[in-house]
Design a protein around this ligand. Structure first.
Ligand SMILES: [Zn+2]
Length: 307
């Protein structure tokens, strides 16, 4: 069984990144129901107004406007005609930023009297000040930075309300989409630095320290994708964990710095009886998905890392 905690965190991130910040249980993949339940149980998702429009339950393509006709809840789909709609399909839950801010304050050991402050409604918060050694950092939380209107308000608030020298932004937007490459202050993805455990968040102190190091001081062996000696990869907020032999393949490819490596050399180097790296991944769908996200290969037995 796939562990629920990383998927719960990924689901929370995706709900926070969606424009309404809401999720309808009925619209979820059945495999994600346990992650949804975990978020509901700890209070990360709360009740919300019903969604005004839903996807047609028959074709799943057209938006329909639910209404009660003759005592029966239904909607008129341009493709399918009148379709019955269940109450459950309208019941939305919203991600609760207050929950996340509270957990982050705990993670960073903020004094209980220290409250968070909303800098852009629903999109940017000052979480707390975090003292580490002699240095105090202002922790910010941002969401939906890929949205242009949100991004503009974010930039304005940053200029007016934030001392940049000591701030760190924790965000739910993938770094590649967040349009922040010109900023000098560090941006870390939420899923990179915390783990979701028993309804709470825990800081990955090593990764946090690594994310905050100025780029030129980061160990060259370190990578923004791989952690824990290649036993783990984080891509756009998704976590993947690998076995020791799988990690050895990734380390070998990483050392090649993007060059193509032949399967024979790889397997010989890591002392594996298998003929192909892919053989080590294909029996576990999660690990295979992780391998496909970071590596690529051709029909001639060459493997390389995507980035
Ligand atoms: Zn339809």
């Amino acid at each position: 069984m796939r562990p629920v905690a990383p998927r719960a965190l990924a689901l929370l991130v995706s709900v926070l990144e969606s424009s309404g910040g809401r999720v309808v249980e009925d619209a979820l993949d059945p495999g994600e129901r346990d992650a949804f339940q975990a978020l509901l149980d700890c209070g990360a998702l709360i009740g919300s107004e019903d969604v005004p429009v839903i996807l047609c339950p028959c074709c799943g393509e057209q938006d329909v406007d639910p209404r009660r006709i003759g005592g029966i809840l239904q909607g008129l789909c341009p493709e399918c005609g009148y379709v019955p709609i269940t109450n459950a399909s309208l019941k939305a839950r919203a991600a609760d930023p207050t929950w996340l801010l509270g957990r982050l304050r705990t993670v960073f050991g903020a004094a209980s009297r220290q409250a968070s402050e909303e800098l852009v409604p629903g999109a940017l918060w000052k979480v707390c000040d975090h003292k580490q050694g002699r240095r105090t950092r202002r922790i910010l939380l941002a969401r939906r930075l890929a949205d242009h209107a949100v991004h503009r308000s974010f930039r304005e608030a940053l200029a007016e309300k934030v001392e940049r020298d000591n701030a760190v932004i924790i965000g739910t937007t993938p770094r590649s989409a967040a349009m922040l490459s010109d900023l000098s202050l560090p941006y870390v993805h939420l899923a990179e630095i915390v783990h979701f455990r028993s309804g709470a968040l825990e800081l990955d102190a090593e990764r946090w320290a690594w994310c905050l190091k100025p780029a030129h001081l980061r160990n060259h062996e370190a990578s923004p994708v791989f952690f824990e000696n290649f036993r783990m990869a984080v891509i756009d907020g998704e976590d993947y964990t690998f076995s020791a032999s799988q990690a050895a393949v990734l380390a070998y490819l990483h050392a090649a710095q993007g060059r193509k490596c032949h399967k024979g050399s790889i397997m010989e180097d890591i002392d594996s009886p298998q003929k192909n790296p892919i053989e080590l991944f294909r029996h576990n769908p999660g690990q295979l998905a992780g391998f496909k996200a970071v590596a690529d290969w051709d029909d001639f037995g060459h493997y390389w890392l995507r980035r």
